[in-house]
Design a protein around this ligand. Structure first.
Ligand code: ATP
Ligand code: MG
Length: 250
């Protein structure tokens, strides 16, 4: 197992944001974590990357307990994150932002730099532009590109589709699929459950700090409770006759 959380509890002061979360990600997988606002998705990713301390439980990476390891050391081990809200450096150029992703590396990053520009041609066109003046979608691409420069074994993505126009959402999801196809394991947090479940191999549903379901992603797409809560309500109930005025989902 590449990444494993065992009965993880995390607090913000007295608020228990994670109430015993257990999940696992195997090498090569795309695993999706879905759930509503405040469910604890971002907290889960921050706990994996070392930005939030554990109250109890364990985080294992390649079998080793990393629960109390500093964040920058986890990056070096191969845990990469494109954070919620993107977290790019606004005053630095696109190119400089990408290089920041390789900051912790001592080996050559030329291959990953070329790959980031290849996956995101828009970044190549704008390599000297100040990152803060890039559009929201472009900044999202930059955040993912920067994470790739660290050459992660697992890439943690926090709502990469947030705020993007539908066409760009499609594009981001297909790039995530391509990144996975090239060998990077992905843990994807999304509120865009339909797309996330179509992309992922397996998924977990998080509600108020607890995992309430875990299954192959295609099973969750057909799960009536998941459909009702996260996939647009009863319009999508399995076996319901197609309605003429229901927009096609593709
Ligand atoms: N810095 C903080 N201080 C206090 N409480 C926090 C803090 N960050 C998160 N929380 C609380 O922890 C819980 C989980 O938050 P988290 O950000 O992990 O949710 P989320 O699933 O990512 O939600 P969203 O979909 O809105 O991004 C929420 O109840 C939130 O209010
Ligand atoms: Mg969040």
């Amino acid at each position: 197992m590449l990444l494993e959380l065992k009965d993880v509890r995390v607090h913000y002061g007295k608020i228990e944001a994670l109430r015993g979360v257990s999940l696992a990600v195997e090498e090569g997988e795309i695993v999706s974590l879905i759930g509503g606002n405040g469910a604890g998705k971002t907290t889960t990713l921050k706990t994996i990357s070392g930005l939030r301390p554990l109250t109890s439980g364990a985080v294992l990476f390649e079998g080793a307990d990393i629960g109390s390891m500093a964040g920058h050391r986890r990056v070096r081990l191969g845990i990469g994150q494109a954070p919620e809200g993107r977290g790019i450096f606004p005053g630095m150029s696109v190119h400089e932002n990408l290089l920041m992703g390789a900051y912790a590396r001592k080996d050559d990053h030329a291959k990953e730099l070329a790959e980031a520009y290849e996956l995101f041609p828009r970044l190549a066109e704008r390599r000297t532009q100040a990152a803060g003046t890039m559009s929201g979608g472009e900044q999202q691409m930059l955040a993912i590109g920067r994470a790739l420069l660290a050459k992660p074994k697992v890439l943690l993505l926090d709502e990469p589709s947030m705020g993007l126009a539908p066409m760009l959402v499609q594009q981001i999801f297909s790039i995530i699929e391509e990144i996975n196809r090239r060998g990077t394991t992905i843990l994807l947090v999304e509120q865009n459950a339909q797309q996330a479940l179509q992309l992922a191999h397996r998924a977990y549903v998080l509600e108020t700090g607890r995992i309430v379901k875990s299954a192959p992603a295609s099973d969750l797409l057909d799960d009536p409770e998941v459909r009702a809560a996260y996939l647009g309500g009863d319009l999508g109930v399995a076996d319901a006759p197609a309605q003429a005025d229901t927009p096609a989902e593709d």
